[in-house]
Design a protein around this ligand. Sequence first.
Ligand code: PMP
Length: 800
Amino acid sequence: MNEFKYGASCRTDMSVSPEIKFLDRDPPAIEIDEAQEILERCYGLRGDLRPLSSERDQNFRVDSDDGARYVFKIANRSESVDVIEFQLGALRHIEAVDPSLPVPRVQRTHRGKDYEEIEFSTGDQHIVYLLGFLEGIPLAESLAADCSDARRRLGALLARIDIALQGYFHPAACQQHPWNVETCTRLAPFTVHIPNDADRAMIDDVFDHMAGTVVPRLRRLRHQVIHQDAHSDNILVDPEDDHRITGLIDFGDMLYGTIAAEIAVAADSVPDEVDDIVTPVCDIAASFDAELPLREDEVDLIYDLLCARAALAATIAATRAARIPQGSAGRRAEQPTVDYLHQLREVGRLEFTRRLRAACRFPVLCPTTPQEALSAADEARMVAARHALMGRHTTHFYRQPMHFERGRGPWLYATDGHRYLDFYNNVPQVGHCHPHVVNAIARQAGALNTNSRYLYSSVLEYAERLTARLAPHLTACIFVNSGSEANDVAWQMAKLVTGRRGAIIMEDAYHGVTDVIRQFSPGRPGKVLPDFLKGLIVPDPYRGPYRNGESDLVARYAADADRAIRDLETAGHALAAFMFDSALCSSGVPDVPEGYLRAVEAKVRAAGGLMICDEVQSGFGRMGQWWGHEHHGVRADIVTMGKPVGNGFPLGVVITTDAILNEFMDKTRLFSTFGGNAVACAAGNAVIDVIETEALIENGRKIGNYLRERIRDLAKSHALIGDVRGWGMVTGVEFVSDREQQTPATLETARLLELMRRQRVLVGSEGRDANIVKLRPALVCGKSHVDRFVAALDHSLRSL
Ligand code: PMP
């Protein structure tokens, strides 16, 4: 029986036989006269005593002469002082911590004590104590009505009780207890008393599953003193007042356990005859969770706790019936819980847990093993639903779309039961679901989320920290919700303060989706642009018109800006701004010749235009330093930010000079409801925290260099790799079918992406010929992730 060890903090004594407590009920049978006499002696109370039912103790309701009501308790003679002290101490603690909780109040004796040990005329010694009486009828007696409201109140009440008990402990909390689900397998030998073979096999199966799988997981959950007996006889309600809970009684089954067990016990309050046994448990769990948030691992074990509790109840009932036979007529004592267990198993762990998770708004359960993987049919259903609900043209990566429900650091967890290395996504800059960012979002969301027309501190802190990391002239922020919006505002600003209407971009730029910014996003060269917009030839020394080894690359590429400015003027537009992405991501991260952007800047300024530096891709350390435009050594008039700003939480920022901002605001009074909301700013602050405390920019420089080095090594054995370039954590790998001719290997690249997926590595392609793989791993990646990526690339190139 001693197969389990318990944590050092609280060892449950397993050595004593479990029989004693649950078989020996034998309540005291003291005469009312004697009870009355003791009550007067200890408490100075006289009144009318009426017996109340109890399994182990003898209880009287006391209607005292002074009009007050109490419950006078004569404890079972086998009850020890420490157990009584544990219970009464808990009631005192709850009263002190949250006096509004409807639990019995402990009354003091004449001698100022919570209890007395009395020798009765029977010769037995019993502990006696007095509790305040709580009005109401047991929920069990009013269950005919739909009690979903009562159950919701019950969940909330239990949570508040457990919150109150968090700071309470007593060594007796760890004594062995027959109803402790964590030690339920100790009762496995007693299943012999269940006469029906199939029922017994089912209950044995529950105990086996508990021992093998559940108990080790239970031990990792939070533990504290819990009430553990909130079944419908112990909850008092006022039927005249919409089943308002007037009391929770019976603290005799308290123990040191998991709060999830409270929910499993409270499910007893669900009447036998309901068809749907899941919804009532969801009601209790969700309302508990709203007061005392449950952890995911707790929710995921509630189903097992319900099964274990039912198995325990059936075993105890059958054993008692066997020991104290009362004739075999009628329904067997264990039958209701056996039936409940059948119902639970019919629903199944997966479906039950799925609904519990939804009730508490936990994300969909993600399989952790390939055996639990969702089927292709599930995914096909999702794709069909997307087409129906989100339009036929919703796109997805890969021929067979990927389904993720979870991410962590550089990993995405798919419903095929595998994890995938994410080298594509540049939004979760500090890794998927970084706990510091997640906590910041959750904590701010739990405190306040409102707009920047009110004063609150996070937006100011954020603006101060952002501007402190930019050049000294960039001091003024406008907060929006996306990169597109930021670029849209930047363009409005540029037009307004210059009084001009012409713009230059890269010929294959991408800057976003608003009506005007869509026009700034041709995505590929050669697209016809509106006449106020001119595209520059991409300064790509690998496959552009002027190549490595030729002279004057900077001057020759930059000369295209002269041409663009002239073309604009011809079309009747003076230059307002040049908008560019420092990583030139949509151009495939070309190795921009050193000095090129400074040369273009000089021409832009000479023509009276502003520099709009789109840092949506290149900012926040992506290029090995805080800002991409600083890598190129240009001065920004307006900086725009998006994507990594909130590590996935929507947030866009425009930062400019005081003069530009004020002139713009004077004329527009622009305001974005969600821009700079308190939660977004909390996310933004947390991202800066992580980048700095984890020294991620340095890490990105180091790991990015290592990545390119390793790919260049691979190029020695794979002729398809034509060029490898990049800075920090943005890398472009260009694939060519002929290195001499630099023939783009478009088809091979497409196949490579699929092969990499089979190796469980995610990357994307880019460039006019879609032959460039762009890599933007999270800045938290280390060498081991790079090694894994390189191994996958090597393998995929071999199997091409
Ligand atoms: N600018 C650049 C350089 C981008 O890459 C993107 C998005 N890919 C945007 C702006 C637009 O950002 P969002 O999708 O958040 O509107």
